[in-house]
Design a protein around this ligand. Sequence first.
Ligand code: PHE
Length: 364
Amino acid sequence: MSGPNTSYDPVEVAALEPEAIEQAVTAALAAVAAAASLEELKSLRGAHQGDKSPLALANREIGALPPSAKAEAGKRVGQARGRVASAFTARQGELEVERDNRILVEEALDVTVPVTRRRSGARHPISLVTQRVEDIFVAMGWEIAEGPEVEAEWLNFDALNLGQDHPARQMQDTFFVEPEGSGLVLRTHTSPVQIRTMLREDPPIYVLCPGKVFRTDDLDATHTPVFHQFEGLVVDEGITMAHLKGSLDAFVSRLFGEGIVTRLRPSYFPFTEPSAEIDCQCWICGGTNPSCRTCGGTGWIEVGGCGMVNRRVLAAAGITDEKYTGFAFGLGIERSLMLRHGVGDMHDIVEGDVRFSAQFGMEI
Ligand code: PHE
């Protein structure tokens, strides 16, 4: 507070006149009442309540008044400032309520509005089965081997003892890679990986090779030109057909259920000798239902081929030591899937519709 103003200035003291005070209050109240938003109200504060507002200036003049006039002027200015302050507070309260109501309306969520929910993806059942099969063999100490889908004709056929005149070499089964005579095919089975593995590694060999294979079949309810197989190959000292049978039984019991076994039926493959078809005990009826739709009442389901690796194949892959023998098998994944899950149409498997995959569990 400044001391008594000795050089009394009537111009400045005019700010303390009741009319001037009233005018400042009226102007402030009008401005406050007209403020349409909190931002606007805030911007008015400087002009009506700030250090340079008429009432603040008037307040500062009080110190310059003669002592007798101070009390009255002080009261007048104090009341005026009080009115302005409470007008600000009241308007602020109103505008806050308005703002809150507006936010409630503008940001309201209608929780009943229907939404189009994005489904999460899932691995294809072919991938799920493949992974399960891999897990079973890896748990038995086998390794996973892979080979290219565009394969040398020599590895796909010749090295596997498939002579030039073998029906599988005819155009109707095999996709040949252009130009003619390129020596390349889309592999028709995963067996060339047997050769690749034996060329790369010395026995003991215990490998599983899952992968895509290609044959010139048209896509229909039971065929597809691109499908999946897994090939098993074991080469070690003293390997016999008993090891083959034991490995297959261990595998099917883990995939299809405890107690499920395989049965071998004599067959022919150029790359195995002796060769056999692999039948798996029906995992639906176990052979107890004569009208079972999965096994046709026979109790057995054909799932693939197998045999002891033909010595000519071992030799082609550089394994000539007679102490080594081996077995190999090949199984189709689509077929297992169709049988196991009652998939009636191959189209469902190849089309990649998530509604199909979802039925097998959304494993990611
Ligand atoms: N490669 C054969 C096929 O695709 C399956 C098979 C593999 C048979 C290994 C015997 C041994 O039909």
